[in-house]
Every structure is written in C-alpha cells, then in structure tokens.
Design a protein around this ligand. Structure first.
Ligand SMILES: Nc1nc2c(ncn2[C@@H]2O[C@H](COP(=O)(O)OP(=O)(O)OP(=O)(O)O)[C@@H](O)[C@H]2O)c(=O)[nH]1
Length: 263
C-alpha cells in the first residue's frame, strides 16, 4: 500500500463542514467589507487554474480583542469546538485555535488568537495579524465605546493598510429587540466610520457564529489570492479595493510600527 505524503499533510485535514464554495454574505449591507455578491471572477479563475501560489500553505492570523468578559473566548470556542461554557474563566495571556477551511477548492488556514492584554500597556503581542476582530457586548454600551481604543491598540502593531476589520456584538440572546435595535444603530455607525464589517452573534445559541467565521475566512482568502496574483503580476487595479466606499479612512491616525513575536 502506498501513502502519498505532501507538504500539506503537516496540517490537519479540512472538515467537510469547513468547505466554502460561495462567498458568504455580510450581516448588514450598510456595514460590509465587501459589496460584491460573490468572489471575484479573477479569484475563481485563479483557483480553478491552481494559480494561488502559497495561499494553501499559509496561515492567516486573526486577533480577537475587546473588553474583559465580552465573550471573545466563547465566540472562538463556539465556532472551533461547538461548545459553550457558562462559567467565566478569564483568559491568561494568549489563547489560540487553528481552523482549516477549503475555499474554492484551495486549503486555507486561520489561526485565531484571543489575547488578554491590559490596554495602554507597553507590552506588545504582534504577529502580523491580517484580520482584527473587535468584540463588544451588545448589552453593554461601554464596551462598544471602548472599541475605538482596542482598534488603535491593535493597529499600532500592525500594518493598518493590510488589515481587515470586523466589529462583533456578542450575547445577542440577552438583548430585547428594542435594546438590540438601539445598540445596532450605534454599532453600524461606528463600523462604518472605521471601515469594519459589523456582525451580531450569540455564542450561547450559536446564532450567526458560523456564518461570521465563514465570512472572515472567505474575505481573508480572497485578499490572499489577490495578493498572490499581484506578486505574479496578474492583478489589475481595483481588484482588491472593494471596501464600502462611504466609509471614512479609519486608519489615518494609526502608525505602522515594527513587529515583534507573540509572547
Ligand atoms: N448569554 C450569553 N453569555 C455569553 C455569551 N458569550 C459569552 N458569554 C458569557 O460571558 C462570560 C465571559 O465570556 P468569555 O468568552 O470568557 O469572555 P472573554 O471576552 O474571553 O473574557 P477575558 O478572557 O477575560 O477577556 C462567560 O460567563 C460566558 O458564559 C453569549 O453569547 N450569550
């Protein structure tokens, strides 16, 4: 019996329920990173023709930040382990999970970091994150108010021009419809200001959690493929910039800093 060993075998296999064949839709069109209905034809063609370079071998890093106890760990655990823990255990240092997807037939990996870090400290934890997820509690307006500071902190240590931002309201199951609709207005406004895509989820019930992470994976994948095509000189101007054009530039105040490693 022969066993085929490929360089991809170092990764765990992709689960059947992690296969993405269509671009998952945004939660709210008015705060979406991507206004198209599907992957670009250029990306689809590149995948069909196996011209995706190193995308299948790379791991895209995703950082999940937000106030204490807003539900960062539960969000990751609901998606990665389909589990929910009612008991709060504060994250010490860094928690991370790895998720493997197959997007348009190409393997793609996300590494999800939930980081416990006091704001305004000098300690850094930087790994060239390509996605920043800012989490707030839909039942705690103050946690939405702190989102800007979390964004600034995250972008201090990353290249703001190459980061995709998501603003995620958690604990949707605890909101009354009236409460929810009030905070959603504020969240949509803020998401639009910072060019982030807004989602509202519940890790307790699982509402929107899978849809959200599929969207993150699909958009990160598309950006990676377009970057590969650019490297090989086949991308055209306008392929990648499909961010909601009504948004102001969120990143102007952010300064690029040299990176260091996660500690
Ligand atoms: N009802 C409800 N409770 C939630 C939800 N998500 C998280 N919680 C609860 O909120 C508390 C905090 O959740 P965590 O995921 O540990 O919060 P965290 O942001 O990772 O906290 P730190 O590690 O301290 O930063 C726990 O008691 C969870 O059970 C949710 O969607 N619905």
């Amino acid at each position: 019996m022969s066993v085929r060993v490929s360089s991809r075998s170092a990764f765990p296999p992709v689960r059947r329920d992690r296969v993405i064949a269509q671009l998952p839709q945004s939660f709210r069109k008015e705060a979406a990173l991507h206004i198209e209905e599907d992957f670009s034809s250029k990306v689809r063609t590149a995948c069909q023709e196996q011209r995706t370079g190193t995308v299948g071998f790379k791991i895209s890093k995703v950082i999940v930040v937000g106030d204490l106890a807003v539900g960062k760990t539960c969000l990751i655990n609901r998606f990665c382990k389909d589990a929910f823990d009612k008991n709060y255990k504060a994250t010490i240092g860094v928690d991370f999970e790895m998720e493997r997807f197959e997007v348009l037939g190409v393997p793609f990996s996300l590494q999800l970091f939930s980081i416990k870090k006091k704001r305004r400290t000098t300690q850094t934890c930087v790994c060239f994150f390509s996605v920043v997820i800012i989490v707030f509690d839909l039942n705690d307006i103050a946690s939405l108010g702190h989102a800007r500071q979390w964004l600034e902190d995250a972008l201090k240590e990353n290249d703001p021009t190459s980061v995709q931002l998501f603003l995620v309201g958690t604990k949707k199951d605890l909101s009354s419809p009236a409460q929810y609709s009030r905070i959603e207005q504020d969240a949509l406004k803020f998401a639009s200001e910072i060019c982030a895509e807004f989602w509202a989820v519940s890790s307790l019930t699982g509402e929107n959690v899978t849809e959200f992470f599929f969207r993150v994976a699909a958009l990160a994948f598309e950006t990676n493929v377009l970057a590969e095509l650019e490297k090989s000189g086949t991308r055209q101007i306008g392929d990648v910039v499909r961010i909601n054009s009504t948004s102001s530039d969120p990143l102007a105040a952010s300064k690029k800093k040299p990176s260091s490693c996660c500690q």
